[in-house]
Design a protein around this ligand. Sequence first.
Ligand SMILES: Cc1cc2nc3c(=O)[nH]c(=O)nc-3n(C[C@H](O)[C@H](O)[C@H](O)COP(=O)(O)O)c2cc1C
Length: 440
Amino acid sequence: MKKIKLGLSMRQLGYHAGGWRHPDVPSGGAMDIDFYVRLARTAERGLFDLVFLADGVALRQRDEPAGSLCRANQNVELEPLTMLSAVAMMTKHVGLIATASTTYNEPYHIARKFGSLDHISRGRAGWNVVTSWSEAEARNFNREHHLDYDTRYDRAAEFVEVVKGLWDSWDADAFVHDKESGLFFDPAKMHVLDHKGKHFQVRGPLTVARTPQGRPILVQAGASDQGQEIAAASADIVFTAQTDIAAARDYYASVKDRLQRYGREPDDVLMLPGLLPIVGRTQAEAEAKFQQLQDLIHPLVGLSQVYGPMGDLSSYPLDGPVPDPVDPEMRSRAAVLLEHARRNNMTIRQLYLAASSGRGHRTVIGTPAMIADTMQEWVEAKAADGFNIVPSHMPVAVDDFVDLVVPELQRRGLFRTEYEGRTLRENLGLRIPASRYASR
Ligand SMILES: Cc1cc2nc3c(=O)[nH]c(=O)nc-3n(C[C@H](O)[C@H](O)[C@H](O)COP(=O)(O)O)c2cc1C
């Protein structure tokens, strides 16, 4: 069997809503470079392929119900590219992936910054392509409203093509630096993109030489048809939120089946669903760890997790039954939650606790063997090529995974025992893409 790929999604303080209040979590960590360097080094000790930073360009959470925002920790953080440049200097092997929006950037900026990170890190950079989704972000960039969905994706598809074109501006051997003759670069090996499209006019060339990986790794995280097309055309990795193995298998097949149309092979794209592991040496220890986190969810923060689908439940008794939702924003999710609550005879508190862990990602609570079992099952079933680990609370849950689960995966021959290559692309087993000018 092929080796499992592993990413560490190390945003803020972790993915569990109560995590920041855990006694072993440094609650100011999201603004502290030492915190992230320690996490990236732990990931490297665990031979992870990459660390990953999700991102948004606004304070996107709303204060619903009132008093929830100031009790949640998703508010300030270091800008990912700036932070990863520093992390690059303190690590050697681990890949460095940052999210950047195609809605609130220009392609030249993105090509230049990620191209630079690939040079700074000597071939370990990657860009997670997202279209963004919130009105809060629009209001930080001269707009009242977000661009509509189709326009966002239309712009994203062209954006990615322009960035890839800019990364081909120079052949790998363009810079001859011939002091004798006085020739700095070979002019035949410089390429001017001269892109004129619907959303962008970009002449080029890029002021960054061809990068150590040919181009940085491209990650895509959007599950719609349009998102999958971008993934099939360009992505090296797809990050996805899947809680059910059957749905994950369908999605895996759907992306891989599209590749042929773009002249690509199934192995050219790696599918990494998120996974939130709570690891204990025994099942009881794992469950106790999870309960400790659940107990740390402030009721208002808990209620904010179900506000969109269920409306404002803050005036109802927490330990009473779940009322019918009043005009929910997310109707289908409301129906699912309500059905779940009624079937299990749940109180409001029990409902928000059930909805609070993992932010849409699969939570697995158990021993290292049990967590390795489920990872193995998903990979064997072609539901995943690996996982983006979304830790509940950091650094604690990252240490647990590296110290307890990684050795178990290695013992089973499912995970590497040393880095195979020098660059992220080599470690992922992905080919260097040819330049669009290569055959000329
Ligand atoms: C697993 C996953 C991770 C995402 N991460 C981010 C992110 O870090 N920042 C962001 O602005 N949007 C993020 N998105 C949102 C997508 O870019 C996109 O706006 C949204 O998913 C709607 O598109 P879709 O219908 O194709 O999924 C993420 C989406 C998924 C599925």
